[in-house]
Ligand binder design. Structure first.
Ligand SMILES: *Cc1c(COP(=O)(O)O)cnc(C)c1O
Ligand code: SF4
Length: 388
């Protein structure tokens, strides 16, 4: 794809021009030119270096150190659009924490792993993870529009490789064809919507042609970090391959902007059911009120909360991880207190590869001789008598 390589910095003579126009676009939303809404422009102008960030925002020492140490080692790229959501006066801004590396990212706890969910060991062919009998996960690219600092696939993201080449896809396809038990394929990455539409269509259409595949799913964060990528052309391509579902990665209510609402409306209007996936992150969305607000905002744009993930034990995520009880408490504060549709399933993706394990508050207090004792969301106690 054009302009996708992180290393493709413009010649330094253009840099000064580029910086001043970037800060104008970011500072004066009303003055944004048409190119702001062009996703290719957004990708070409991603913020990828310490020099450019410094010009745009006063950095803390820990951020400055974090960016320096990430350079050349861990992918960093932020679309001007996503960068414009940062509150530049606030070092605690939840958008900023997700996008800008901090020094803490380089403290690795002994438990943290390169491949926390054991994906590589469940991969029968490269790029395909087959953990559950009836569904498979395809990793089609290592590129994302913005690199989340807490990414569980840190080991592989970063645009070092072109999207999954056709011959590798052929091998994955052959595997899926040979396993009649697979009825659901989840296309993931990186971010599948970073691929050229023609390549994505080629892959989706060949999956659709497999008779035993009921549904195809796409997992993406592009509608949040690069909403302009969701064009009418993309959507009319996708809707040819129903039943198609899309799971969108959201972290914070501030991510739900008019641009994101428009992208989700286009997708929903094309009959694509939208679900959300959220990683529980310390200092970003670990307060029950923040999470509830996010879930409410999602329902308003017709995205049904799907999963809330405990942050995986990926390398250098200690500053983002919370105790598991924080997630359980959030669910407790939602269930009964708001619309059932607003409540995601809280899961821990088992370290080493056991899959997603739901963790819920306990409402069943005791169980004996045909009787169960339950509590409700107000902590009132009830007994249900089972049939003889
Ligand atoms: C999450 C995941 C899936 C899909 O799980 P669902 O609960 O069906 O959404 C499939 N394969 C792998 C490897 C996964 O990590
Ligand atoms: S969008 Fe997903 S794959 Fe990409 S950096 Fe963020 S968490 Fe990782």
């Amino acid at each position: 794809m054009e302009g996708l390589s992180i290393s493709s910095e413009p010649p330094s003579s253009n840099l000064a021009v580029r910086r001043s126009s970037l800060s104008e676009y970011i500072d004066f939303p009303d003055a944004r030119p048409d190119c702001w809404y062009d996703w290719k422009w957004q990708l070409r102008n991603r913020i990828t270096s310490l020099d450019v960030i410094r010009e745009l925002i006063p950095l803390t020492r820990r951020e400055e150190e974090g960016i320096k140490r990430a350079t050349g080692r861990l992918a960093m790229a932020i679309t001007p659009y996503f960068f414009s959501l940062i509150d530049r006066q606030d070092p605690k801004c939840p958008i900023r924490k997700q996008a800008i590396p901090r020094l803490e990212e380089f403290s690795v706890a002994p438990c943290e792993m390169v491949d926390p969910c054991g994906e590589d060991s469940h991969s029968p062919v490269p790029g395909l993870v087959h953990r559950y009998p009836d569904r498979a996960l395809l990793i089609v690219t290592d590129s994302c529009a913005m690199y989340c600092r807490y990414c569980t696939r840190k080991r592989m993201v970063g645009e070092e490789h072109p999207p999954m080449p056709v011959d590798r896809f052929d091998d994955a396809l052959k595997y899926i064809r040979s396993k009649k038990s697979i009825r659901d394929v989840l296309i993931s990455g990186g971010d599948p919507l970073m691929m050229k539409s023609e390549i994505l269509e080629n892959y989706i259409s060949r999956l659709r042609a497999i008779p035993h595949l009921d549904i195809i799913r796409i997992g993406t964060r592009v509608p949040v970090t690069l909403p302009m990528r969701v064009t009418e052309e993309l959507v009319s391509m996708l809707k040819k391959y129903h039943p198609l579902y899309i799971s969108i990665h959201f972290s914070h209510p501030r991510e739900i902007t008019p641009e994101v609402a428009k992208a989700c409306t286009l997708l929903s209007d094309a009959g694509i059911p939208l679900g959300s996936q959220t990683v529980l992150l310390k200092g970003v969305n670990d307060r029950p009120a923040t999470m509830k607000k996010l879930m409410h905002e999602l329902l308003k744009i017709r995205v049904r909360p799907y999963y809330l993930y405990q942050c995986d034990m990926a390398m250098g995520t200690g500053h983002f991880r919370t105790p598991v009880t924080v997630g359980m408490n959030i669910i407790e504060e939602l269930r009964g207190h708001t619309t059932g549709y607003a409540i995601p399933t809280f899961v821990v993706d088992a370290p080493g590869g056991g899959g997603k394990i739901p963790v819920a508050p306990t409402y069943l207090l005791s169980q004996a001789k045909g009787k169960v004792v339950l509590r409700n969301y107000e902590n009132k106690i009830f007994t249900y008598t089972e049939p003889e």
